[in-house]
Design a protein around this ligand. Structure first.
Ligand code: UDP
Ligand code: MG
Length: 354
């Protein structure tokens, strides 16, 4: 018997569009009534967005209802100090498709996404900002791409409506840099409007401010990423939670992501290499100086090269030790949690279920 898992390139998930005929749709609707999993989850982080929420809810509903399959909105109130939660609660009482989670304090947008992902039940997960800068009407186009076989579809705010010097310019540089360093080429990493196959997100854990790197972090699984231009509007209510300082944090985070992507499972290969190169240079310099001393009796004490040689040897030893410690940490990480170091796309006759 063939065991089918969800392949990345076929829309093998339970179908949700007209393509599959009305019979399927009726089945889906019944499932929804029985409280079964929706096909689509829209995850929304909210921090002090009281003026936007009603409109956001209306526009999301207008965009999602015509799709004709069950969906849910998972809204995470990230410790808002305004009336955001009361408003959400009011809306949720009237609509069971709206699920609301409230944090005890402000944990940040990444944590809010993470909480949303943990609770999302859909096979496709969409993320969108609550401040109405993203347009819910773009969602069907993202879904089309997912259906075409992509695992991640990222919005590109081609006409971004944010201040130029403090936001757009730094963002252009940051996006170029991230694209080069991670080999996932996107024009706009920062756009919150994105669509993911749920299984792509199940395999990753988010820390700090890493949500904008999800396509890059997920790329270790071997995913297909698409990017489509989406609408972007200026912020009408409330204020942006970020400023110029974010670009610097993004670049620091990029170092982490780059390292995790290439050497997370084999730290010795990178630190060991640094260590060996450094040590070889140090030993070379020391031999050279030692031979000068031995052959021509030269004074070495006041030569800077001697210091460099010693420094390189010590650095080399430290890098190698760091690599070995890294190897231990990696083993602890994967083995204690029984995490695989690979991701399966499909299996035939293997007796396993994803
Ligand atoms: N947000 C959040 N927690 C935070 C900061 C922001 O949940 O600590 C939410 C915010 O409510 C909005 C989204 O994340 O829905 C994006 O924030 P913002 O619009 O301030 O960012 P920008 O669009 O200026 O990059
Ligand atoms: Mg915004």
């Amino acid at each position: 018997m063939e065991q089918r898992e969800v392949p990345a390139h076929e829309p093998a998930h339970e179908p949700w569009t007209g393509e599959t005929g009305d019979g399927q749709r009726v089945v889906s609707q019944r499932k929804e009534q029985a409280g079964e999993a929706p096909h689509l989850s829209v995850v929304v982080p909210v921090y002090n967005e009281e003026e936007s929420l009603q409109t956001l809810y209306t526009r999301l509903t207008e965009a999602l209802e015509p799709l004709g399959f069950p969906y849910e909105m998972v809204v995470v109130d990230d410790g808002s100090k305004d009336r955001s939660f009361e408003l959400l609660k009011g809306l949720a009482l009237a609509d069971p498709r709206l699920r609301v989670i409230r944090f005890r304090r402000n944990f940040g947008q990444t944590a809010a996404f993470s909480a949303g992902f943990d609770r999302a039940r859909g096979q496709v997960i969409i993320t969108i900002d609550a401040d109405l800068q993203n347009d819910p009407a773009d969602i069907p186009r993202l879904l089309e791409k997912i259906e075409a076989g992509y695992d991640v579809v990222s919005g590109w705010r081609k006409q971004r409506q944010d201040p130029f010097w403090s936001r757009r310019l730094p963002s252009i540089f940051a996006n170029r840099l991230i694209s080069v360093m991670t080999s996932i080429h996107l024009h706009d990493y920062g756009c919150s409007l994105k669509a993911y196959r749920a299984e792509v997100l199940k395999n990753i854990q988010l820390y700090g401010d890493l949500h904008r790197f999800i396509p890059a972090i997920a790329s270790w699984q071997g995913i297909e990423v698409a990017e489509i231009p989406v609408n972007h509007e200026p912020r009408r209510f409330g204020s942006s939670k970020y400023g110029l300082g974010r670009t610097i944090r993004v670049i620091i985070d990029l170092l982490t992501v780059r390292f995790l992507l290439s050497y997370a499972t084999r730290p010795m290969q990178i630190f060991g290499l640094f260590g060996l190169v450094s040590m070889a240079m140090g030993i070379g310099i020391s031999f050279y100086l030692a031979s000068l001393k031995a052959l021509s009796g030269e004074e070495l004490a006041d030569r800077p090269l001697l210091l460099l040689g010693v420094l390189l040897i010590m650095l080399g030893a430290q890098f190698i030790s760091l690599g070995l410690i890294g190897e231990l940490v990696v083993r602890t990480y994967f083995e204690t949690q029984k995490k695989p170091t690979y991701v399966v796309r499909e299996a035939v006759n293997s007796g396993e279920e994803l």
